[in-house]
Design a protein around this ligand. Structure first.
Ligand SMILES: [Zn+2]
Length: 102
């Protein structure tokens, strides 16, 4: 048997021996358990984020990592096209701004 850990409940003041939850009011009193729950929640959040990103990459990123090289090429073409289009778009916006300014 490990040593007794007596924790006073911060909620109702009941002394609990080797308990994670207060025997009187059911408040979580184990500091270790609190840390565990917190760590677990953080881990769960990271896993969910990783899964979400894995399941929802944008099409270009997906194509760039495709096992079939032709799809990867298409991915890079899209990537270049998007870069060019956004550059032209920025240039066009600048041009319109200049014309509007007279
Ligand atoms: Zn209590």
């Amino acid at each position: 048997m490990s040593g007794k850990r007596i924790i006073k409940c911060p909620n109702c003041g009941t002394f609990n021996t080797n308990k994670e939850y207060c025997t009187n009011c059911n408040t979580l009193i184990s500091h270790q358990k609190k840390q565990e729950i917190k760590a677990e929640a953080g881990k769960q959040k990271r896993i969910e984020k990783a899964i979400y990103e894995k399941e929802n990459p944008n099409l270009v990123e997906r194509l760039k990592k495709h096992p079939f090289f032709l799809y990867r090429i298409v991915g890079w073409i899209f990537h270049s096209a998007i870069t060019v289009v956004s550059t032209i778009g920025a240039g066009l916006a600048w041009f319109i701004a200049m014309v509007a300014a007279g």
